[in-house]
Design a protein around this ligand. Structure first.
Ligand code: ZN
Ligand code: ZN
Length: 189
């Protein structure tokens, strides 16, 4: 009896941990924000997918209604080879987003990666983003969606003017810099 209770609570603890992990994903955080910020007003469901091959918009993508938002945020990295740990205040992100036939919305997100400075082995590592950073950057995206897909009159603060950089950004270790896509905040149609 005691044993099975123990097993049970261990099981639910594991489940809780998994849920915790699940609640940290970009999809989940975006889901909560779109619910109150977009779905409540417009009755359209917006979904987010990670897609690490996103690039500039092509002509035909623009014709299909895709818009692009490039920005950056804070993340930390851990190298699995040497256990090196570092923070970066400027990890580049690219969003593609569109409203589909006034029914639903799609967002794709590319997270640019970085190389470990001790190993310098060309293995690209994806950062880990704290929940509040995800919320903050997704809210900036949602404001773009409100303005550009729903014509809301929104004042958007220039994020980079507000940003305080503490350390110089190391271009040689940054995937976005290597591709020439790391310099500034951009929004194109
Ligand atoms: Zn390393
Ligand atoms: Zn860079």
């Amino acid at each position: 009896m005691k044993d099975s209770l123990l097993r049970q609570s261990k099981k639910s603890f594991l489940k809780m941990e998994m849920n915790l992990e699940g609640s940290q994903t970009w999809q989940h955080v975006f889901g909560i924000l779109q619910d109150t910020e977009l779905h409540e007003t417009y009755r359209h469901v917006w979904t987010l997918q990670i897609n690490n091959t996103l690039d500039e918009l092509t002509f035909s993508q623009r014709q299909q209604g895709w818009k692009i938002y490039k920005t950056s945020t804070f993340a930390s990295f851990r190298c699995p080879s040497c256990r090196n740990f570092w923070n970066s205040a400027k990890v580049s992100l690219t969003f593609h987003y569109r409203l589909v036939e006034h029914k639903r919305g799609e967002v794709r997100l590319r997270l640019f990666r970085q190389v470990c400075r001790s190993c310098k082995n060309d293995i690209m590592l994806t950062g880990s983003f704290a929940r509040d950073k995800k919320e903050e950057v997704l809210m900036r995206l949602i404001n773009k969606i409100k303005r550009n897909c729903y014509k809301e009159d929104i004042d958007i603060v220039d994020y980079f003017r507000e940003m305080k950089i503490t350390k110089p950004h190391e271009a040689s270790l940054c995937e976005a810099c290597k591709m020439g896509k790391c310099s500034r905040e951009e929004e194109l149609f």
